[in-house]
Design a protein around this ligand. Sequence first.
Ligand code: FMN
Length: 253
Amino acid sequence: MNTDEAQATPGAHAFTPEARDAVYHAIFSRRDVRGQFLPTPVPDEVLSRILTAAHHAPSVGFMQPWNFLVVRAQDAKRRVHDAFARAHAEAADMFQDEKRAMYQRLKLEGILEAPVGICITCDRERTGPVVLGRTHMKTMDLYSSVCAVQNLWLAARAEGLGVGWVSIFHQADLQQALAIPRNITPIAYLCVGYVSHFHDRPELETAGWLPRLPMEELVYFEQWGRRDDRQPLVEHLRRDQAAAQRSRRAGAV
Ligand SMILES: Cc1cc2nc3c(=O)[nH]c(=O)nc-3n(C[C@H](O)[C@H](O)[C@H](O)COP(=O)(O)O)c2cc1C
């Protein structure tokens, strides 16, 4: 297909329906995994694929500010877990009454059970002080590393690997546990491994912590806060949200 034909045909560059459905299926059936890790080792060729997917994330000014610290040694995992335990105890005290009891019942990490930990970081000085696209919004480099996290998370889902993001740390504790220098920002500590099953809904939703928000309340038109139920898009959003639910159920295996 030449450029003119492609311009005349909407979706000319779309994936085949099967490939497109596979992408959406990965998105809707991805879960944050805490409690279902199996001890089965993750082969290096699989680990390499998901890390390479992460490295192909977008980044501001093509800065690629990330590193990937692979944690397989039990003593390193133990240090990370100790850092989690300290912050977790503090966090519980910040909730009141029934919410605190609920918080304490939640499993919020799989640091010791997951065969692999991956800490994704951000080197904010990687390409010098002036970065194309980051000149006025300084946090864009951090967001770039978050994009790497999401790429890895989705690729892992396609590989049948669960990923759980653990953020309940004092940043300095996590840095100390993994000898991360002060000028490097840890973005995500990810627990990675094969799983017994994927839940079909977020665990926090099932536990009654918070519900998924309705899409149509989140989409505004032309200016902040302006909703418009007469827009045909709104009906599509409702339908697609229901379809997403079906897709994630099909993925709950
Ligand atoms: C930035 C970030 C930090 C998170 N930190 C934690 C965490 O410390 N412990 C945990 O159990 N889940 C953590 N999560 C996972 C969320 O709780 C989870 O994504 C959310 O409940 C929706 O569930 P789902 O990912 O299965 O769709 C984190 C997610 C993000 C994006």
